[in-house]
Design a binder for this molecule. Sequence first.
Ligand SMILES: Nc1ncnc2c1ncn2[C@@H]1O[C@H](COP(=O)(O)OP(=O)(O)OP(=O)(O)O)[C@@H](O)[C@H]1O
Length: 349
Amino acid sequence: MLRDGRSVLRVPQLSVEEGEVLAVIGPNGAGKSTLMLTLCALLTPSRGELRFRGQPIPSRGALAYRRRTSLVLQEPLLMDTSVYDNAASGLRFRGLPRAETQRRAQHWLERLGVAGLAQRRARTLSGGEAQRVSLARALAVEPEILFLDEPFSALDAPTRARLLDDLQTLLSETRQTAVFVTHDLNEALLLGTRVAVLIAGELRQVAAPQQVFSAPADPEIAAFVGVETYLPAQVISQQDGLNLVAADGFQIEALGQQPPGRRVYVCLRPEDITLYTSAGVPASSARNRLSGTVTRTLPQGPLVRVTLDCGFPLVALITRSSAEEMGLAPGLPVQAAFKASAAHLIPRP
Ligand SMILES: Nc1ncnc2c1ncn2[C@@H]1O[C@H](COP(=O)(O)OP(=O)(O)OP(=O)(O)O)[C@@H](O)[C@H]1O
């Protein structure tokens, strides 16, 4: 896709299956909104085509296609009329009979928990209420695809969490087909049946949410999903789904099926690392143990981000109370432990 003559999005192929929620994630400027606008037929791809139920959508047919879909944006964009009129507006626009319009508008306002506000003027609503009305308006037309572009990003955390929870229940109960754009990984994990990852205009991975999270396809996706430690290593052996890899001076066991000799990065998430002082290393199921020295501690709310020097920088995230118990401070020797299942391997050139 070209925008202002510049190539900003390259997607060889992407499908949305009936009944699924495809979550599109990626950092700022990755091309998520461009992809969404293309899927809504609000932008025409510079190359290739958009198909709906197997049929190409001709430029003349874009309006008919859009009427079978709904779009919810970050801003609720409500009209300055009553909540009820807003919920009914898409149905009136599509010329539905009055009784059916009433039934559906009422039903979806109830479903979104805002039926009690039906007679209020929309501009008096809070951000969370307004977004619920905007969702009711979008769902009332019973769209064949619901497009959601960062619908929660303007809301405060508790409002967002409640709406996210309600939407998750609603989408799974109704098996509504939806495409959901977000830069928030947790939202994608909660709502997505599948996750498509866009980085710098390229579709890099399409997989189940948990797979993107625990087995990102390349180092940039890994960084985006919160992997903070990358250790260059080489596979020594592979047996029963377990790889033994050699890094500089030590060996690590990781879940994986990489062939012996393959050069890899061992990727580790900070929350999967457990720290012990040399005084108290318990017997545990963690197969991997490394010795290191604390180089930095950074408080993060109830957690502390700890950087170790293990011959390479290793980042761990532990609770503030454990950090205090261990007396973690720069210079302290510690042991870092992690399970084979926490070490994910990405091939490197
Ligand atoms: N109207 C436009 N005209 C020209 N270029 C644009 C336009 N809108 C977006 N772009 C460019 O297209 C690229 C992708 O932008 P897009 O808004 O699709 O990314 P995004 O992943 O949705 O980002 P964000 O999370 O910041 O909203 C960016 O380089 C952006 O500068």
